[in-house]
Design a protein around this ligand. Structure first.
Ligand SMILES: Cc1cc2nc3c(=O)[nH]c(=O)nc-3n(C[C@H](O)[C@H](O)[C@H](O)COP(=O)(O)OP(=O)(O)OC[C@H]3O[C@@H](n4cnc5c(N)ncnc54)[C@H](O)[C@@H]3O)c2cc1C
Length: 715
């Protein structure tokens, strides 16, 4: 709503409320007044029934819409003047319409502001209202503890639909209205409002209000029972927990279960360590290291070395990647987990009932385990888009690219996300002629424009042919020459290549291990609630297969919740906490982020201040010749509370840790500024961005006075 309109609504509101109090109209909304005028009011209603009903209806709506005190008295008056039937009808509709008008005023005037200011903290409330808003509203309406006008105003700032608010209010207030209208028919017997509803009536209303919530919980329990009804629950269980998948999520789940002395079986069909160790984070970072060294050799003159030459062989670099994997593998090995108390089984898992998992081992042996709970941690795999002609070429993905021992000459990287960008720059630095094709208008679309522009400029300066706004249409092979045909604007662009690396997203592994047969709800991922629980109460999911994030650290984070909830529900369970999630894209310069960026703040209409510090000012960055980049922090307007940070630059991923800690524990920019940072380090950039923020908030008036004080001292 525009500011002008908002002020208009506020002016009307102020006029209404001001008039009410200025003219002392409140005296007409007292029990004494209604009692003293009951005779005249009844006579007036008898003489002009329609006019009386409409006038009363209008007054009631006005009082409730303006959130004025007096709704209870008016409900009693409805009974006194119109009797139980008509009085209830009039009061019920007037109260609901008035409440909806007050709700709309709150929505128009307050909602944007409240959501912008507190949106982040309201996430759980917004989610609760989205899912069960009608139930909550009903309870609030029926339980007589919650003031009528406050409910209208509070609900206005949520996202509940107007129509839902109206009808739930009408039904929810009906019983209370009947009680008060009925009491109004006996007005002479009432000396004070407390006489209207006895404690027994109040308790009954409270019970009634809680009924739908209790009923809903009951329905959830019933649905859960229904889901498992087809299978016979074993009398005893072999194990407390079976974890399917030995990647980041599965390993951490098993580790936690063993740490709390549960009996846990971890099943892995391929390689322990999953994607991160074998085909993801570890190999990519190992190869990035070699590529970085080569890029520095190329930049030798910048560092005062007249010429440098790298005697480099691609196959050696790829072998090093395997050595790095082997060096880290013991952390994720069967030996280590067995020594921790985990029963590690190598084989293909199949869920055959909510409490039974079958494992087919490599030698053909089949083992069936009964378990109290299951955690699905089967991860994800690269998505290969159905581009016509793609079957004619061998497609490289993050899974098989590590098998290469011959460097591709002309490499097309399809995808401008984190994985595509990391691999595009790496292969370019290793000597491939890389064309990166992205259908979106820029690389790293989730990041702010300035971050992705900086990365794109660097890519281009390193010789990568970055093609944004290019949509892959088909692949042709003509006389052995492979060509990607992409659409750019209205025309077709042909890009010849020797190898094609596809990195356009990852698909959750949902098939082939019993989910469909069992009826576990899935969409793009396994559907889970806030506790990471599927529609089967004892089956949980974590990691890439559950989403919404696809990082090793989020997989490990979710694993804790999945393990604890799977082992301790129904005694205790925890909602997965996604408030502070960091990530880094390991391109050079690195792009690291936690919390909101400018793009999201705009999309979600969240007010924020943006403070930037550029690395070309930082001593260490200058000394290292790594001046590209910035630290950008979003804060609550006028406050130092951090909403998010984006860092682009050398070691951005490491620098981010300070902001992750700050956000997690409510540390503001003032405290970061007041913390000693070692000189000269890149980490000083965090302090300097806090300094920029502080300068922008310097108390100018106070400083003017201090200046006068110093001038006086010089006299
Ligand atoms: C190239 C690349 C680079 C990446 N870089 C980073 C990074 O720098 N930082 C970061 O945080 N993340 C990174 N990621 C993402 C990270 O690898 C994943 O988010 C993480 O591995 C997810 O862990 P997970 O346990 O959910 O799944 P996975 O690691 O995929 O593990 C799933 C396991 O389940 C097994 N499995 C599946 N089905 C069955 C079955 N029926 N029976 C038995 N076992 C089964 C699989 O064999 C697999 O081992 C990267 C990913 C890629 C591809």
């Amino acid at each position: 709503m525009s500011t002008g309109k908002r002020w208009g609504v506020l002016a009307v509101l102020a006029l209404g409320v001001g008039t009410f109090f200025a003219l002392g109209l409140g005296r007409y909304l007292s029990l004494e007044f209604i009692k003293s005028q009951q005779g005249q009011l009844e006579a007036w209603r008898a003489a002009n029934p329609l006019v009386a009903a409409l006038t009363f209806f209008g007054i009631y709506i006005g009082v409730t819409a303006l959130s004025l005190p007096g709704a209870t008295i008016l409900t009693l008056a409805a009974g006194a003047i119109f009797g139980l039937g008509w009085g209830s009808l009039i009061a019920s509709f007037a109260a609901s319409i008035g409440a909806t008008l007050a709700f709309l005023v709150s929505r128009l005037v307050l909602r944007d502001w409240v959501q912008a200011r507190f949106g982040e903290r309201l996430t759980a409330i917004n989610e609760g209202v989205r899912k069960d808003g009608a139930f909550y509203l009903f309870t609030l309406r029926v339980v007589p503890l919650f003031p009528f006008f406050l409910i209208n105003l509070a609900m206005g700032v949520t996202h509940i639909r107007v129509l839902t608010f109206y009808w739930v209010s009408q039904i929810g207030m009906l019983l209370g209205t009947l009680v008060y209208v009925n009491a109004g028919t006996q007005l002479a017997r009432i000396d004070k409002l407390a006489d209207v509803a006895s404690p027994a009536v109040l308790v009954s209303l409270a019970m009634l209000g809680l009924f739908p919530l209790i009923a809903k919980k009951g329905m959830d329990a019933f649905r859960a029972r229904k889901a498992t009804r087809r299978w016979k629950k074993p009398a005893r269980f072999d194990t407390n927990l079976v974890v399917i998948g030995g990647g980041s999520a599965g390993l951490v789940t098993a580790y936690i279960a063993a740490a709390v002395k549960a009996k846990v079986t971890l099943i892995e069909r391929h390689q322990l360590g999953g994607d991160c160790l074998n085909t993801g984070c570890v190999p990519s970072k190992a190869l990035i290291r070699t590529a970085r060294l080569l890029s520095l050799v190329k930049r030798a003159p910048e560092f005062g070395v007249r010429a440098a030459h790298a005697d480099f062989d691609f196959a050696d670099a790829m072998e090093r990647v395997q050595r790095v994997i082997q060096a880290i593998a013991p952390h994720d090995s069967a030996e280590r987990y067995t020594s921790l108390g985990v029963d590690v089984v190598m084989g293909n898992a199949l869920i055959v009932s909510p409490w039974e998992v079958e494992v087919t081992q490599a030698n053909g042996d089949v083992r069936r385990l009964t378990t109290r709970s299951i955690v699905i941690a089967t991860g994800a795999r690269p998505f290969i888009p159905p581009i016509p002609g793609i079957e004619q070429v061998e497609v490289l993905t993050s899974e098989n690219v590590w098998n290469l021992r011959q460097r591709p000459g002309r490499l097309v990287v399809l995808g401008g996300g984190p994985i595509g960008s990391e691999l595009a720059q790496t292969f370019a630095r290793l000597g491939s002629q890389v064309t990166q094709v992205e259908m979106a208008p820029r690389l790293l679309m989730r990041e702010d424009v300035d971050a992705s522009e900086l990365v794109t400029a660097r890519f281009r300066s390193e010789g990568i042919d970055v093609r944004v706004n290019h949509t892959a249409k088909r692949i042709e092979v003509v006389d052995g020459e492979k060509v990607l045909v992409a659409e750019h604007g209205q025309r077709e662009v042909r890009i010849a290549f020797d190898a094609l690396l596809v990195a356009v997203g990852r698909t959750a592994n949902l098939k082939g291990f019993g989910l469909e047969e069992l009826g576990v709800a899935t969409g793009r991922t396994v559907e889970v609630n806030a506790y990471l629980q599927t529609n089967f109460p004892n089956i949980y999911a974590a990691g890439d297969v559950a989403g919404p994030y696809q990082f090793t650290h989020t997989a490990a984070h979710q694993a804790w919740y999945a393990a604890v909830n799977a082992l301790f529900d129904p005694f205790k369970k925890f909602r997965a906490d996604y408030r502070v999630i960091p990530w880094t894209t390991f391109v050079d310069p690195e792009v690291a982020r936690v919390g909101l960026n400018e793009l999201e703040a705009k999309e979600q209409n969240i007010a924020c201040e943006v403070t930037v510090y550029h690395l070309d000012d930082l001593d260490r960055a200058i000394a290292d010749g790594e001046t590209q980049g910035f630290v950008k922090v979003l804060t609550v307007p006028g406050k130092d509370r951090i909403l998010g940070a984006t860092i682009v630059g050398e070691h951005a991923g490491d620098l981010l840790a300070e902001f992750v800690l700050a956000m997690k524990h409510g540390i503001g920019l003032n405290k970061i500024l007041g913390t000693i940072h070692t000189y000269p380090t890149m980490a000083e950039a965090n302090k300097y961005v806090a300094g920029n923020w502080k300068r922008a908030h310097a108390p100018q008036r106070l400083l003017a006075w201090v200046e006068r004080f110093h001038a006086w001292r010089r006299r």
